[in-house]
Structures are given as C-alpha cells and as structure tokens.
Write a protein that binds this ligand. Sequence first.
Ligand SMILES: Nc1ncnc2c1ncn2[C@@H]1O[C@H](COP(=O)(O)OP(=O)(O)OP(=O)(O)O)[C@@H](O)[C@H]1O
Length: 324
Amino acid sequence: MTEALLTIENLNVSYRGSGRVAHILDGVDIMIGRGQSVGLVGESGSGKSTVAFALLSLLADNAEVSARRAAFDGRETNFGARETAALRGTDIAMIFQDPMTALNPLFTIGTQLVDIQRQRFPNENRRALWARAESVLADIGVPDAAGRMHRYPHEFSGGMRQRVVIAMALLVEPKLLIADEPTTALDATIEAQVVEVLHRLRQRTSASMLIVSHSMGLIAELCDSVVVMYAGTVVESGPVGAVLHRPRHPYTRALLACEIDPYAALDPTQDLATIPGSVPDPARRPPGCIFASRCPARHDRCSDRPPRRQARDGQAYSCWLEAA
Ligand SMILES: Nc1ncnc2c1ncn2[C@@H]1O[C@H](COP(=O)(O)OP(=O)(O)OP(=O)(O)O)[C@@H](O)[C@H]1O
C-alpha cells in the first residue's frame, strides 16, 4: 500500500453567524498517498473548496475546524494557522480557480516567478531563479517564455495566466499540489489545453495532487482515486476506474448521469439529467443519510439512521443498500 503523505480523519467545519451554526463539513476522511493524485468531486456547495481551504488554514474567521487526526509528511499536525503558513508555498502549493487571485497586476511575471521561489531556495541568486522560472514556463508550453517573463499579467490570455500559476506552483517543488477547479474560469478549448498541461505535469512530478472539481471527466483524466462529496460528507471513495465504472452510492450514480461531455457539440433537444430535490440546509442536517430526501433508492431507515459504511474492492461508500 502507498505511504500516506496526507491523512485527515473526521474533519468537521462549521460556520457561525446570524444566530445559527451551519455544519459545512461533517466527518470528512481524506488520504493522499505519496505521488498519488486524488480528485474531490461533488456539486456546487458540497464543501470541496472548504476541504482544500481548511488544509491551508484559509477559511473565513467565522469557521470552526476540528479533526480527529491530521498528519502531513509523517508528522501529526493540527493545521493551525501558523503551522500551515509555514507549509504554504513550500510543501503545499495551490492553484486557484481564478489565476488573477494568485497574480499581482503590478509586477512582471518574471519578478513574481522569482519571488515565489525565495522561501524555498533562500541561497540561490536572482539570476538562477530567473533561469529556472523561464525554463519551467517554456516547459509547460508558454511560447516565447524568455520574452513573456518581462510582461505583466494583463498581457496574458486566461489560459496563459493559468499556465503561469501552474508554473508558480511547480517552481516551489511542493510535496502536495492542490488545484481548486483549475479550469472553471476558462473556455472549453483553453480548458482542454490546461488539462493537457496538468496531465503532463502529473507524469513528470513526484508531487501528490488534490484536484477539486465538479467534473468527473476531469478527475478521471488526472487522478488515481476519487472522493465523492455530497452536502459536506464523503459518500463514496475509491480508485477512479472502479468508482466510474461501478459506482456504488446512488449519489455517485446520479452525478455520473448528470455529467455532460464538455467537448461534445451541444444538442439543444437533449435535456440534461438533473437530480430532483435540493441539498439540505446545513444548519439542519437530518439524522439519517444526508442524501435520503433525494435518493431514488431510499428506504424508511435511510431517513432515521446514519448510513452503513461499507467497503468492497478498495471502494468505500456509506449507504444501506447492499452492494450489487
Ligand atoms: N464564511 C462562510 N460563512 C458561512 N457559510 C459559508 C462560508 N463560506 C462558505 N460557506 C458555505 O459553505 C458551503 C460549501 O462551500 P464550498 O465553496 O466549499 O463548496 P464547493 O463544493 O467548493 O462549491 P463550488 O463548486 O461552487 O466552489 C456553501 O454552502 C457555502 O455557502
């Protein structure tokens, strides 16, 4: 079995505000092996970004975070703000949804790519850091990398900016790279190119990856295993191929049925499959299965009792349904 780089057990996050407490993450378990790529998938609002932000202590001030256990790179951690700040930008790097959040409009790309490396390589001089940056930029397919180093972020297209952000993450040689919806802000053609860059990166880097996405297709291309989230809980996890071809949880099945092929021509006559119903209010989580109110296979006990955790062939899922 692969050695764990990151282990989080029973992660809970709630937000306090306006006299109510919203439980956004409820008992989330995540394990990322060394060199492994894990995808975190689920509908909008399911808590994917909250997991990523909790790992980096980037949650809003009204967040309350607790975990039964957290360990990174062989060390127990409580992911406290100071501890995490030391890991951020060195051992853990993040690619955000919108590349502009990571880029400063006032400095050239070259200066920013040099500065990002200073904490990691404090003894290297500017010239060496500049050369490294230029070569990584060229490596991930930025044409005329030498010239572009002198340009400002606004002179880059969306796809090129996202490549710069990927270069930034690569330059610090992190042990864990977190990508939060790395292609959401891009149009479909550019998205395919950025996925290709991430794909190549996946083959070349020894870093582990956590890829957050609402698209199972993207996860299938880039990840070894997948964690499926619904309303702040993990409903199913396992190797990507197994979950994709033999989803065990009714929510995973519904999610796969909703998936559209972003590269296919749109057929205006075809209705998108959607999951009827809505996600429960996080301030009033039901006592039983969180998916029960929308589940087509629901049984009486599903609404009253927490689902049964089952594991089969490396796949784990929480449901009263017996595995087929
Ligand atoms: N500061 C906050 N106070 C209260 N609720 C918050 C706060 N920040 C986020 N939330 C809530 O947490 C929930 C989970 O949000 P999160 O961004 O993690 O979901 P997501 O699965 O990443 O969605 P998306 O795909 O849209 O980014 C949402 O319901 C959101 O409204």
